[in-house]
Ligand binder design. Structure first.
Ligand SMILES: [Fe+2]
Ligand SMILES: [Fe+2]
Length: 278
């Protein structure tokens, strides 16, 4: 079993700073094999905001797989936006926009879906889909394959389709063919998990789409600040949501869902995985 901690939508520049130390403490307690951050590290892509995000990342366990979000592209600096949209992200957070973590049970690969031309929406290119296919095919069949992007490839029914990454249908079909198991994303500031079989009419291999809420932003859209701990086994995945408890002033387990590979994708399961290490 492998443990991933999935944080998203940090939004430095608009964080509730009281949450930072308790968040770091909770993540450390979970002793993850890898920490994933699915974009929107900053509120306005300013240098000081990236530097604050950098300090926060440095306080978290490693290894880390971090991808940018739409807020990490400068909005008002038009020259930067169109000619070097992710220059600050690359300089301060990570030069590689498709970072990866791989061990003998788990492969986690990042995808950059942030674009200069779209203010909010994201997109995946044909070239990116081909690169991901080649990478997924190179991994052993037994390895659980996880892709990380800011923009979601599927959304819960109450969320508009406009939030789905452009070219998602083609991408998800390609990922399913190549054995992608999980797609982790953020952007909605809303927690959700469910497989992508129904939306894309997949008959087999549909990946499980797992959304994390916002870990630290003051804009929670009705949901408390939270992050996910994702426990992966060959055919089972458990998603634990750890949410901020303002009275206790700490992050605590708020919900837990287990899924197992079945039918065209994944189905909710009552089978319990072994408990995570204390
Ligand atoms: Fe966000
Ligand atoms: Fe976003």
């Amino acid at each position: 079993m492998r443990t991933l901690v999935h944080l998203s939508d940090l939004h430095f520049g608009r964080v509730d700073s009281a949450l930072l130390a308790p968040l770091v403490q909770r993540v450390r307690e979970l002793r993850p094999h890898v920490v994933v951050v699915s974009g929107d590290l900053t509120q306005r892509a300013r240098t000081a905001q990236f530097e604050a995000a950098r300090r926060f990342l440095d306080s978290l366990p490693r290894p880390q797989v971090v991808v940018p979000g739409n807020h990490d592209v400068p909005l008002y600096n038009v020259v930067q936006r169109f000619f070097a949209p992710l220059a600050r992200f690359r300089r301060i957070i990570g030069a590689d926009l498709e970072p990866a973590y791989v061990d003998d049970e788990l492969a986690v690969v990042g995808i950059n879906t942030a674009r200069s031309l779209a203010f909010k929406g994201g997109r995946i290119s044909k070239a990116q889909i081909e690169r991901i296919r080649a990478r997924l095919r190179a991994f052993d069949k037994r390895v659980t394959k996880v892709l990380v992007s800011h923009h979601p490839f599927d959304v819960p029914p109450q969320v508009g389709e406009r939030h789905i990454v452009g070219r998602a249908g083609r991408a998800v079909r390609a990922f399913a063919e190549c054995g992608a198991d999980l797609l982790l994303s953020g952007h909605l500031h809303e927690t959700h998990a469910g497989d992508a079989a129904a939306r894309y009419g997949l008959e087999a291999g549909a990946p499980l789409v797992v959304q994390a809420g916002t870990a630290t932003s003051t804009r929670g859209r009705g949901e408390s600040n939270s992050f996910n701990a994702v426990y992966v086994e060959a055919r089972r995945t458990r998603v634990d949501r750890h949410a901020w408890d303002p009275a206790a002033r700490r992050f605590d387990l708020a919900a837990s869902e287990v899924f197992e590979r079945a039918g065209p994708g994944w189905r909710p399961s009552k089978v319990e995985l072994p408990p995570p290490p204390a």
